[in-house]
Design a binder for this molecule. Structure first.
Ligand code: SF4
Length: 743
């Protein structure tokens, strides 16, 4: 019998669905979608419901762990943090700041700690060896938007609720519920689009759930979207279909672009993509003719050899057809916690380079594909210690066997994580945060990527135990250790310093204390919420676009307003705001950034080819509804009926005499693995697919459920090849051979 209902935004994926959690004295009784949540309206997926199992998982670590003689033992926080302090000081003193590297997994972006406390930690560590999962999947889109609009956080979002035509390249939003597009209940949103007479067209090598729901699906050879997109831009110019409308005064370089795309004809693209030239022309005309159209690309256009160019071209088509910053096209968010004008202006790639292979910095980090070589290669700046936060790079990044070996050679490793997984099993210290349901929640990242302007705060469902730490406290402890304040410094010290800096910034913008008559205490004293992320959020909300301006705008919001609205506050659909959104110092859209030129020249030279390699298949990944990150494989309800199989077309399987369930041997340039075959005509001939995040068969992991259904790690096959501009791993379109494992 439940005693209370808690409202909580699901922190497991970008969609941020509202959940209704029935709680009794025994804990969580039941979880279902919150019908009063304005964004998700009752929708939720099996992962959200499984938060109960995640919360109760006996494998989830409670106390900190220290590894001694190859075995983990429980430790106190004092002991674990003192060890971290001692070892980090030694390593930094002996080898320099760059000897300590940080890797952040994608769950960081789903926490308030990740939204607020990563920056001070990296600043305090003063290392250039900063890596995140962004260079595994999304950096090309961020870099393309940075180069076009002046900031990697200025990512236009498809206005799915008002568009007439939704064109999807290499994405499966029906299952992901949006990626770099927060849109809970995509199935419902797609249905609504079709019911109002709109259409969805999907271009993908796999007939995904999204493709099944589409009005048209075109199979495309993996990695060749770039040719199709170039041919579409070519046609827009050649057929006089360019109509930039309200964007005209913000655009330059149109003529240079027209000349560059001239060789990329639909016929040339057809040879590369496996899509007929007529179909490319027809789609281009439909986009140009649509009153409101949103073209959207994700994994299939990002994690490929020309990921940034492809992501740029998606934007170019939206711009040239006047669909950027238009209702029903694509638009920019105006999140409640981001004060107008506060996004830094100007963007470039390569402000510094990695030590070994000179890979370019991108959006303040180095590509994760060079992490192993930075650990392996001796010399000044070699990585000797690693901090991983909510990440499992041994399963997530290319050449995972190599990374696994490199981790074993580190002097020290710290992991902030819930589990002893394939990566953290090599840590010397594991610092586990309290359960997800014991943290407050606000989506700092995804409120900036949503299909509507929206804000929601969820208080913790349960109080954490006296001997547990919230994730923000752990991150603050680590930042204070890195800043030399000691392992016993209170996390609140960092929070107070951050508030102090925020207040100083506001007073400076008002002309200084004397002129404004405003003192820091006057801004900090009225803040509500617990010390920690909540007070910082309150400050940001008050100076944000809908904020109360510390009493100057009585109708504005603050943290208390959010707590009084447990289902969130809807500020309405995305509104045109191009002038305000552009973050290039000249206030323009840089339509044709020069960073694209070398890749375009390479593409021009390649266009006479055929796009294939005889005898080899192209390996792609795929997204399953019941999994997002590898840790979800430890939840029985999610991992059952979620097989890690190699999808293969019946013609290909027949040629290789493979049948359903047979074990296939898959060989890339760097490794060979085996996986059971699943034959389906949902995949394009010549293409095979394995899901990611599997391979729970390493000694020493403590994932009792995942270990029973381990699957294979597809990233063992992925070479450390990156796309040139954003340094992102090429995960899709890897050439492999396939044979029967029995042979
Ligand atoms: S779609 Fe994402 S946010 Fe929504 S319930 Fe599922 S995992 Fe949670």
């Amino acid at each position: 019998m439940s005693e209370r209902t808690a409202y909580r935004v699901c922190p497991l994926c970008e969609a941020g669905c509202g959940l209704e959690i029935a709680v009794s004295e025994n804990g969580v009784e039941k979880i279902r979608g919150n019908r009063q949540h304005p964004m998700s309206k009752g929708f939720c997926c099996p992962k959200g419901i499984a938060l109960k199992q995640l919360h109760e998982d006996p494998d989830r670590l409670r106390p900190p762990m220290i590894r001694e003689n190859g075995q983990f033992r429980a430790a106190s926080w004092d002991e674990a943090l003192s060890l971290v302090e001692r070892k980090l000081a030694d390593i930094r003193q002996t080898h320099g700041n760059d000897a300590v590297a940080v890797y952040l997994g994608n769950p960081n972006t789903h926490t308030m700690a990740g939204g607020l406390f990563i920056r001070p930690l990296i600043k305090a560590l003063r290392t250039k060896n900063f890596y995140t999962a962004s260079t595994v999947d999304q950096m090309p889109k961020m870099a393309a938007c940075g180069l076009l609009y002046g900031s990697p956080m200025r990512i236009p979002i498809p206005d799915i609720d008002h568009t007439d035509l939704f064109v999807v390249f290499g994405a499966n939003p029906f299952v992901s519920n949006g990626s770099l597009m927060t849109a809970p209940d995509m199935p419902g949103r797609i249905r609504a689009l079709q019911e109002r007479g709109g259409k969805m067209i999907v271009i993908d090598p796999l007939r995904t759930r999204t493709a099944q729901a589409a009005d048209r699906h075109l199979f495309i050879r993996p990695g060749t979207d770039v040719y199709m997109l170039l041919a579409m831009v070519n046609r827009l110019f050649a057929e006089g279909l360019v109509n930039t409308g309200h964007l005209e005064t913000f655009i330059d370089d149109v003529q240079a672009l027209r000349e560059t795309v001239a060789p990329f004809t639909p016929e040339a693209a057809a040879r590369m993509c496996g899509i007929e030239a007529d179909a490319i022309v027809q789609l281009t005309r439909e986009i140009a003719a649509a009153k409101k159209c949103a073209v959207y690309g994700r994994m299939g256009t990002s994690t490929v050899r020309y990921g940034t160019v492809s992501s740029w071209l998606v934007e170019v088509i939206n711009i040239l057809t006047g669909n950027l910053d238009r209702q029903g096209g694509t638009g920019f968010c105006r999140p409640a916690h981001v004060p107008d004008g506060s996004i830094p202006k100007g963007y470039s790639v390569g402000r510094w380079r990695s030590r070994v292979s000179q890979a370019a910095e991108v959006s303040g980090e180095l590509p994760v594909a060079v992490l192993s070589e930075e650990m392996e290669t001796p010399g000044k700046g070699q990585i000797r210690a690693l901090l991983t936060v909510a990440g499992n790079p041994v399963l997530a990044i290319p050449e995972s066997d190599r990374l696994d070996a490199a981790l074993a050679g580190l002097d020290f490793m710290i992991s902030v994580d819930y589990y002893i997984n394939e990566t953290t099993r090599q840590a010397d210290v594991i610092l586990p945060p309290a359960s997800i349901l014991c943290h407050g929640h606000y989506d700092f990242f995804f409120h900036a990527l949503a299909v509507r302007n929206f804000a929601c705060y969820s208080p913790p469902v349960f109080e954490k135990g006296a001997d547990e730490k919230d994730k923000w406290e752990i991150m603050a402890n680590l930042a204070l250790i890195a800043a030399g304040k000691g392992s016993d410094a209170s996390p609140e010290r960092l929070e107070e310093k951050m508030l102090d800096d925020l207040a100083a910034g506001v007073i400076k913008a008002m002309g200084g204390e004397e002129k404004s008559g405003v003192k820091k205490e006057m801004l900090i004293a009225p803040l509500s919420g617990n010390k920690g992320p909540e007070r910082l959020l309150d400050f940001l909300l008050r100076i944000g676009p809908y904020g109360d301006g510390f009493g100057m705008k009585p109708d504005g919001i603050n943290f208390k307003t959010l707590t009084k609205n447990p289902h969130g506050i809807d500020f309405g659909p995305l509104k045109p705001m191009i002038k305000h959104a552009l973050a290039n110092p000249d206030g323009k859209i840089h339509l044709f950034p020069e960073d694209m030129t070398p890749d375009l020249e390479e593409l021009r030279q390649a266009i006479e080819g055929t796009g294939g390699e005889p005898g080899r298949y192209l390996l792609i990944g795929r997204r399953h509804l019941r999994t997002n990150n590898s840790w979800m494989h430890n939840i029985e309800a999610l991992s059952a009926n979620n097989p890690c199989t190699l999808l293969m077309h019946p013609d290909d399987a027949g040629r290789l005499e493979l049948e359903n369930g047979d074990s296939a041997q898959i060989t890339s340039d760097v490794a060979t693995i085996a996986a059971p075959v699943e034959i389906t005509d949902a995949i394009m001939p010549g293409v095979v697919s394995l899901p990611h995040g599997w391979g729970h068969d390493k000694d020493g992991i403590q994932l009792s459920v995942a270990g029973k259904n381990s699957g294979v790690n597809t990233n063992r096959l992925t070479p450390a090849v990156t796309e040139r501009i954003a340094g992102t791993a090429v995960l899709n379109g890897i050439p492999v051979t396939v044979a029967s494992a029995a042979e």
